[in-house]
Design a protein. Structure first.
Length: 354
């Protein structure tokens, strides 16, 4: 179509053409819906319906005042184009789209009629050789009173008579059942589109099921790992019970050491408080000093052991608290995973039922 033409209305529809051989069946112009548009040529003052599929013009129909757009069902309409020697059919997605196209067809048809009348008036006024106005057109009885040969010549050149014959042929064709065939064709393409949508939805659902299965397997593997970890922690807890006994023994030993240190301190203080005059000989004094030094060394050793025992006890308690925290954390993670696993199984069960 020319660049001087401007689109004034566009819609989407399945395009059909009447079978030129049988004049009864519809032939689909494409597998999918196409854009169908009204165009106005301001230079030639004409209106056309144009639909392009790829690089090919499927519809190129110039609208004349004698054309009629007929609604043959709630979603299908058609019109005859005598110049193209065919009948076009359009199947719409809804009744509203069909009504909008039919209303626009009527508007464009009326505009084409007014454009033709203006063109005829200009021709009669600017052509002095005619000398016949619109009120001086010969009536039809005079034309029909001509001889057989003249009447035949007039009919071959009259577009009105051809269109009338085309209308009669269309009425006969519609009465023989082509309307039902059109409806079936339109319903077929509608069902085909729905089937394509359902197939796409099915593929998407299958992909989701595969993803859920993979996620379920990953959760099961992670759950098994957590169970093994819990078993290890439980075994460590059993060892901790034995270490609990060791801790009690260690505490008892610490108490004994503290009592012994206390007794030795008292003994040292008692020895220091004794006067040097009580020592009878120098040898006894040296022996006492040596004994005092030994007691002090033993006291220092006991204090060192006490310090080590307290440090070991603190480390044992910290390790035990760490293990308990880790067991609690793992138990919480297992609860969450088990809950997610149950939800996935329920989703899979619902999907299988549907």
């Amino acid at each position: 179509f020319s660049r001087r033409e401007q689109p004034i209305f566009s819609t989407r529809a399945h395009v059909f053409q009447i079978d030129p051989a049988t004049k009864r069946n519809w032939i689909p112009a494409s597998k999918h819906a196409l854009t169908v548009s009204y165009f106005y040529d301001a230079t030639r003052n004409v209106y056309r319906i144009i639909s392009v599929g790829g690089t090919k013009a499927i519809i190129n129909s110039t609208i004349t005042p004698n054309m009629t757009f007929t609604k043959t069902s709630q979603k299908f309409g058609q019109w005859a184009d005598s110049r193209a020697n065919t009948v076009y059919g359009l199947g719409f997605a809804s009744e509203q789209h069909l009504s909008q196209f039919a209303e626009k067809f009527q508007e464009v048809k009326e505009a084409a009629r007014l454009a033709r009348e203006k063109s005829q008036d200009k021709t009669e006024l600017t052509n002095p050789a005619l000398n016949i106005t619109s009120h001086q057109v010969l009536p039809s009885p005079i034309i029909s009173s001509n001889g057989p040969g003249e009447d035949k010549l007039f009919r071959s050149q009259s577009a009105d008579v051809e269109i009338t014959t085309e209308k009669e042929r269309l009425k006969k064709m519609l009465s023989e059942g082509s309307v039902s065939e059109v409806q079936w064709e339109a319903e077929f393409f509608s069902l085909q589109d729905n089937n394509n949508k359902l197939v796409a939805a099915l593929h998407e659902a299958n992909a989701n099921v595969d993803q859920w299965k993979k996620q379920l397997a990953a959760y099961q593997e992670e759950t098994e790992t957590l169970r093994q970890r819990v078993a290890e922690l439980e075994s460590q807890g059993a060892h901790d019970s034995s270490s609990e006994n060791n801790k009690e023994e260690l505490s008892q030993t610490l108490e004994e050491l503290e009592l012994l240190i206390k007794a030795k301190d008292e003994e040292i203080q008692m020895l220091k408080s004794q006067k040097c005059g009580r020592w009878e000989t120098e040898g006894e004094r040296e022996e006492t000093l040596q004994k005092l030094q030994e007691l002090e060394a033993r006291n220092a050793e006991l204090e060192r052991r006490l310090h080590l025992a307290e440090q070991t006890l603190a480390e044992t308690l910290a390790e035990r608290e760490k293990i308990q925290n880790e067991v609690t954390k793992v138990a919480e993670i297992m609860d969450v995973k088990i809950f997610e696993l149950s939800e996935i199984r329920q989703g899979l069960a619902k999907l299988v039922e549907s």
